[in-house]
Ligand binder design. Structure first.
Ligand SMILES: [Mg+2]
Length: 300
């Protein structure tokens, strides 16, 4: 039985715990960045910003020695600033010059973000799991965004360690991503259950590193990769409690934390609520779910 061998649980974030959608191609993003740059003495048309961002990102990936390279958004903006700095740029206070690339990366992410919300029951299930297991994150993402987005949805404090690909220059399915988590947890890979939504990056990657896997069938991620199969597949996070030998969530009174999720599901008659904190902020139809894409770079 799975629960007898599992000592810790590690999660993917985007598409597994957090429903995120970004639109990174919009002209508005690059226009905003171009305009913000003028306040640092740099004059670039939005088309130039887009072209430079895209080119430098590709160059980073091309020049990486990694099989699965992760790019560095802050380094891209640092290069754009450095290569187009004027006397005005260099006359700015040092602290503004230092912070500008990170600020631009956050602006890019913030402007391109369309949706950031928890899937139903995530918080209640993590609360239950946390009483029994150490919890970790193994996520492909930018160092500049990953922890702040976990904080925004109220999940940052559940996990230790939080392994983010941007900190290391390589991404899943690189086995080292999973090894960083199991080593820090001090637990054998076979004792760490990994939960993710992508058959390639999550299930294939974690299995290659020796971790048992659960595929969360969300609206994002690669569904098929070769003949790879997870140990378990779930469509609702509450199924994790059963898999791990924990009691189911108790029905809760209206207005309580868990009641928020119960109400959300009931209120939308089988449709799919998205929950931030305890608030339902959006209800998607199946058709809408089907049309969504994970805009995170390289997500497919
Ligand atoms: Mg994912």
């Amino acid at each position: 039985m799975l629960s007898s061998v599992i000592e810790a649980v590690a999660f993917d974030v985007n598409g597994t715990l957090v429903h995120i959608r970004t639109d990174e191609g919009m002209d508005e993003i690059f226009r905003a960045i171009g305009h913000v740059l003028t306040y640092s003495g740099i004059d670039l048309h939005r088309g130039e910003v887009r072209e430079l961002y895209t080119r430098y990102l590709k160059e980073q990936q091309r020049d990486s020695a990694e099989e699965h390279p992760e790019f560095d958004a802050v380094a891209i903006f640092r290069r754009i600033v450095d290569e187009h700095a004027t006397g005005y740029t260099r006359s700015m206070p040092a602290v503004k010059q230092e912070q500008l690339p990170l600020f631009l990366a956050e602006l890019y992410r913030g402007a391109s973000r369309r949706r950031l919300a928890l899937y139903p029951y995530v918080r209640a299930v993590l609360d239950a799991l946390h009483t029994r297991f150490p919890l970790a994150v193994v996520s492909d993402g930018q160092s500049a965004y990953a922890r702040a987005e976990l904080h925004q949805v109220g999940l940052l404090d559940y996990f230790d360690p939080i392994v983010v690909s941007g900190d290391h220059g390589f991404r899943k399915p690189d086995a080292r991503m999973f090894e960083l988590a199991t080593t820090t947890l001090g637990v054998e890979p076979g004792q760490v259950l990994y939960v993710g939504n992508d058959m390639y990056r999550d299930v294939y990657g974690a299995r290659a590193a020796g971790l048992p896997t659960v595929l969360f069938e969300s609206d994002q991620g690669t569904r098929v990769y070769r003949d790879v199969q997870p140990d378990h597949t779930i469509t609702d996070h509450r199924e994790l409690l059963t898999l791990l030998g924990l009691p189911p969530l108790r029905p809760t009174r209206v207005g309580s934390d868990r009641g928020g999720d119960e109400q959300a599901v009931a209120a939308c008659g089988g449709r799919h609520p998205l929950v931030v904190g305890q608030q339902v902020i959006e209800v998607l139809t199946d058709e809408e779910r089907g049309s969504q894409v994970d805009g995170v770079q390289g997500a497919k």
